[in-house]
Every structure is written in structure tokens, then in C-alpha cells.
Ligand binder design. Structure first.
Ligand code: ATP
Length: 254
């Protein structure tokens, strides 16, 4: 398991040019091992930029970020994107194995286990073009968990799917996460989804500051039909609407 520590992180694009724009400002939070944390906020508030900085794809401008694994060695990260990014010329199983470091029986067994958890055992020899969008995303999720990462980064993985498919996948993700207890940082603009999945929700406001860090203390598994889940979803949605209204009067959130 990994612990992610972010301290006074800031990001400005196009530093030193007339187009310079600060996207993240004074971001500080920790994610303890085995926690599911969602980052939510309105479009353009810097969610994906933050995830890209955590993954190392993007440099930060100032502040500190560290990821430590229990083993003391370098922490391994896994990714799930909006688009599953499967190689079309490889079968499902070969896509799963492609990101693995070895071809051992144990690794093959682990890939099979996660494929089974997303209900795709029978599709192991299919090619991505023979699968629906939801099935492809399930392969992407199984592939990311099968790497057994210390930290799993997920960037709006269900946003391209229809509502019913997304709901089914959220239920599956909860089940897989409950069994694997990976540390997850999950970006979404969907508060309803965040409440269903997360131990904690970090709300970013326009200008890239943390507006609120909300603990979601609800029993699992959570289903959208559960009234306590629906009540909390409505409450968090209300807080986000308040934040958006405040952002329209900038001095209120500065
Ligand atoms: N490479 C870049 N160069 C300059 N500006 C960038 C770059 N990448 C992102 N931005 C800007 O940073 C801001 C935050 O973008 P980001 O994609 O992180 O937001 P987001 O919260 O994930 O938005 P969305 O929910 O719409 O995906 C936006 O104004 C965007 O235009």
C-alpha cells in the first residue's frame, strides 16, 4: 500500500510568458494506504492536471509531492482513463499481459482472477473490437488492478458510458476495490458517483484550490437505491452548488 503526500502544490502553465495561468494553488492533502479518494470540481478547475502531476506526466511548479510504498522501493502506479486504450490487435488476455513485468504462471493467474472479477472470463480470447464500450472499460479496470499497483489513478473512467452501464461498472469497481483495498485517486465531475465510491471527496474550486475535504462515512457496498447514499449525495451536491455560486463572486472564495 502507498501513502501519497501533497504539500503546498501549485501549477502554472506557460510560466514566464504572457499566457501564464495558475491552474492549481496551494494544494495540500495526504492519502493513506487503502483509501479511495475522489477529486471533484467544475470543468477546468484542475482535476486532470492534478492527476497528471501525481502520475509524473506533468511537472508541478512549486510545492512537494511524494509517494511511498510499504516495501520502501519505488511505488507502482496503475491508470484507468476515460478511454481504455486497449491495443486492438491483441486479445483481451494479451492486453492484460502486455503491461505485466513477467509471464509467470502467477501473473497469468492474477490476470485471469481480475478478468473473472469483471465477468469477462469467457471473453479472454476476444479482440477489443468484438467488445462493447462497457466491456472494454471493464478490461481496462481489470488490467489496472492486475498490475497490483500501490496507487491506482482513475480519470473519469465511466464518463463515456451510458448511465446503466456506468452504474453496473461502479458496483463492480466497489467489489474489486473492497477485495484488493488498493489506494485509489479517482477524478470525476460526478458527485453522485464520488459519494457512492469514496472514503473521501476533495472538492476543487475554480482557480485550483481545495474548497472542501469531505469524509464519506457510509457502510459498503453502497448502492444508489440506498436512501442514506441518496441523502448524502444530495447534501454534497448542494455544497458543490454553493461553491459554484460563491465562485461567481470571486472575493468569497479567495
Ligand atoms: N498543457 C496545458 N497548457 C496550458 N493550459 C493547460 C494545459 N493543460 C491544461 N490546461 C488548462 O488548465 C486548466 C485545468 O485543466 P484540467 O484539464 O486539469 O481541468 P479539469 O478540472 O480536469 O477539467 P474537465 O473536468 O473539463 O476535464 C484548464 O483551464 C486548461 O485549459
Amino acid at each position: 500500500m502507498a501513502v501519497l503526500t501533497i504539500k503546498n502544490l501549485a501549477k502554472t502553465f506557460n510560466v514566464g510568458t504572457p499566457r501564464a495561468s495558475r491552474v492549481l494553488d496551494d494544494i495540500s492533502f495526504d492519502v493513506r494506504g487503502g483509501t479511495f479518494v475522489s477529486i471533484v470540481g467544475p470543468s477546468g478547475c484542475g482535476k486532470s492536471t492534478l492527476l497528471n502531476i501525481i502520475s509524473g506526466v506533468e511537472e508541478h511548479t512549486s510545492g512537494d509531492i511524494s509517494l511511498t510504498s510499504d516495501s520502501g522501493g519505488p511505488a507502482r502506479m496503475g491508470y484507468v482513463f476515460q478511454d481504455p486504450r486497449l491495443l486492438p490487435w491483441r486479445s483481451v488476455m494479451k492486453n492484460m499481459m502486455y503491461v505485466q513485468n513477467d509471464r509467470s504462471e502467477a501473473t497469468v493467474g492474477r490476470c485471469r482472477k481480475y478478468l473473472e472479477m469483471v465477468g469477462l472470463t469467457k471473453n479472454a480470447d476476444f479482440f477489443p473490437g468484438q467488445l462493447s464500450g462497457g466491456m472494454q472499460q471493464r478490461v481496462g479496470i481489470a488490467r489496472a488492478f492486475a498490475v497490483e499497483p500501490d496507487l491506482l489513478l482513475m480519470d473519469e473512467p465511466f464518463s463515456h458510458l451510458d448511465a446503466i452501464t456506468a452504474r453496473g461498472l461502479r458496483a463492480q469497481l466497489q467489489d474489486i476495490w473492497a477485495q484488493s483495498k488498493k489506494t485509489v485517486v479517482f477524478v470525476t465531475h460526478d458527485v453522485v458517483e464520488a459519494v457512492e465510491l469514496s472514503d473521501r471527496i476533495i472538492v476543487l474550486q475554480p482557480g485550483g484550490r481545495i474548497f472542501e475535504d469531505i469524509t464519506i462515512d457510509l457502510p459498503r457496498p453502497r448502492r444508489q437505491t440506498d436512501p442514506t447514499v441518496a441523502t448524502l449525495q444530495a447534501e454534497v451536491l448542494g455544497r458543490l452548488e454553493t461553491m459554484k455560486a460563491m465562485a461567481r463572486t470571486p472575493e468569497a472564495v479567495a
